[in-house]
Design a protein around this ligand. Structure first.
Ligand SMILES: Cc1cc2nc3c(=O)[nH]c(=O)nc-3n(C[C@H](O)[C@H](O)[C@H](O)COP(=O)(O)OP(=O)(O)OC[C@H]3O[C@@H](n4cnc5c(N)ncnc54)[C@H](O)[C@@H]3O)c2cc1C
Length: 485
């Protein structure tokens, strides 16, 4: 039998999986991507609710290898982001590397390679296994009694049912996070009768989202480095944007600005309901392009604050006994941010599973790798999301290091995993950085959930770049596999 060549398997064809795929393709490495859905795009394929716009500048949500000078707005609508991602996959010929509708259900490191199992019963073997399975991917429903009894259409915000008409229906939206805010705002302006159920008020960023002008689009195309200069400027802004990281004047100014947005609310009772009781930035800040605070003052929009007791066939019953009659119910209740690749069963050295490894605490080295799991990489794994770094930029840094590690391991005919000592050092550095940041002490947020510290990067952006630029081979164990090219 012919000897198997060096090979990589990637799970997931969202932004991260496609970025990885293009990089592997360019490096001439044999690889396959398994995608459990029938199309690329991940988040931007699944979330099609009204009012969804990207929350960083559109131009910062580009793959570095494929700039787009055609964004319609400063912050593009989600549909446009998805079209762009699909175009990238098409232009780069990535579909032929992807096996759609095939979920990786298990992966085991044995005999120096990864044995992959998919939901279709396919077995595959890879030297390197990369999980690009997303960090906001697995929808979560609240544990509210009577959920199944609701008589009308009901669905999670990430599974929007476009067959349900808006007109003549009373819509309920459960949740005050970014999705809940954007959906409520969109439905309210569309004249739909909408009630948003909130337990806790959020800080909301009321922002302008102008259309891009033809002059702007033209300038980006002209020689003279305007597009490059713009990028350089954003990089500078991002690297000096430290208000989330330490107390001081910058943070105070931000707090004043956000508090002033509440002045849009004229009714003192409504203002009281929508005034957050925790520090700014502790949760991900919903972005509002069409002024959420004005939208919820429309006569067709209602805010109900408090604890939901149960869901009845014809609506929602609050703990104080109030009954809100509804025809449609949307769960804007978020995702399980600590699932990562799970429920996939991942087994590393000595039969240790990922569930066992993460039993006490979810951790990683740099958000990309784990001790005891050789040649397993994660994109945006635990501690991957970086303060204010646009996802594609963070990926660029992660993928750069993963490619270096793959090359080094390949040259040594070995599989690579971070040492326990290096991982502990990494975690200690992050743990030490959290005090003083906006993410601790003030509120419960999805970054933390049941974890001792939030699982995001709490240091300045330039330190993220520096960390990945200085990853040292000494931080890794190289376990011989004997696998030749
Ligand atoms: C509503 C919403 C709005 C957001 N807005 C922004 C924003 O404005 N700006 C921003 O920077 N970020 C935003 N994010 C975060 C967003 O998730 C990331 O920007 C980015 O899309 C993550 O890409 P990804 O490829 O890592 O994950 P995903 O987009 O989640 O893609 C993961 C892919 O893996 C597939 N998959 C999962 N498990 C398996 C398996 N076992 N086998 C095979 N395939 C599998 C999934 O089907 C999916 O296609 C938002 C997230 C949500 C949910």
């Amino acid at each position: 039998m012919a000897e198997r060549g060096f090979r990589v398997v990637v799970a997931g064809a969202g932004v991260a999986g496609l970025f990885m795929a293009e990089t592997l393709k360019r490096a001439g490495i044999d690889f396959t991507v398994y995608e459990k859905a029938g199309e690329v795009g991940g988040t931007w394929r699944d979330n099609t609710f009204p009012g969804l716009f990207v929350d960083v500048l559109s131009r910062q949500y580009e793959f570095p290898f494929q700039p787009n000078y055609n964004w319609s707005r400063k912050y593009a609508p989600a549909t446009e982001i998805w079209e762009y991602i699909k175009k990238v996959a098409r232009d780069r010929g990535l579909a032929r590397y992807i096996r759609f509708n095939e979920e990786v259900v298990a992966a085991r490191f044995t005999g120096g390679s990864w044995q992959i199992e998919t939901g279709k019963g396919t077995g595959d073997t890879a030297d390197v296994f990369i999980c690009a399975t997303g960090f906001l991917h697995k929808p979560v429903f609240p544990d509210i009694a009577g959920r199944e009894s609701f008589a009308g259409p009901s669905f999670h915000s990430a599974r929007w049912d476009h067959s349900v008409p808006y007109d003549g229906k009373r819509w309920g939206v459960i949740g005050s996070g970014a999705s809940g805010v954007q959906i409520t705002e969109a439905l309210a302006w569309a004249g739909v009768d909408v009630t948003q159920f909130i337990r806790r008020a959020q800080w909301v960023h009321i922002r302008d989202n102008p259309q891009s002008t033809w002059q702007e689009r033209l300038k980006l195309r002209l020689p003279g480095g305007y597009a490059r200069e713009q990028r350089r400027l954003w990089q500078l802004i991002n690297e000096t944007d430290s208000w989330r990281l330490k107390p001081g004047k910058l943070r105070e100014a931000m707090e004043r600005e956000y508090a002033s947005f509440l002045d849009y609310i004229k009714d003192p009772e409504l203002r009281q309901k929508l005034t957050p009781d925790y520090n700014l930035g502790c949760t991900r800040i919903p972005k509002s392009d069409r002024n959420y605070y004005q939208a919820v003052q429309l006569p067709n929009a209602h805010i109900v604050k408090g604890h939901i007791d149960r869901i009845a066939p014809d609506g929602v019953v609050m703990a104080d006994g109030t009954h809100v009659a509804l025809d449609v119910l949307v769960y804007a209740t978020g995702f399980d941010p600590h699932a990562y690749m799970r429920p996939m069963r991942v087994t590393g050295l000595n039969g240790v599973t990922i569930d066992e490894a993460w039993k006490e605490r979810i951790y990683s080295y740099g958000g990309i790798a784990l001790p005891g799991f050789p040649n397993l990489f994660m994109l945006y794994g635990p501690f991957g999301p970086v303060n204010n770094v646009p996802v594609p930029l963070g990926l660029d840094q992660e993928i750069g290091v993963i490619m270096q590690l793959i090359a080094e391991a390949r040259a040594r005919r070995a599989a690579v995993a971070p040492t326990v000592a290096a991982t502990d050092k990494f975690l200690a550095r992050l743990d030490a950085a959290f005090p003083g940041t906006v993410w601790v002490g003030g509120c419960k947020n999805w970054y933390t959930s049941d974890q001792p510290t939030p699982v995001l990067w709490p240091l300045p952006q330039d330190e993220h770049r520096a960390f990945f630029a200085t990853v040292r081979p000494e931080d890794f164990d190289f376990i011989p596999t004997g696998q030749a090219d």
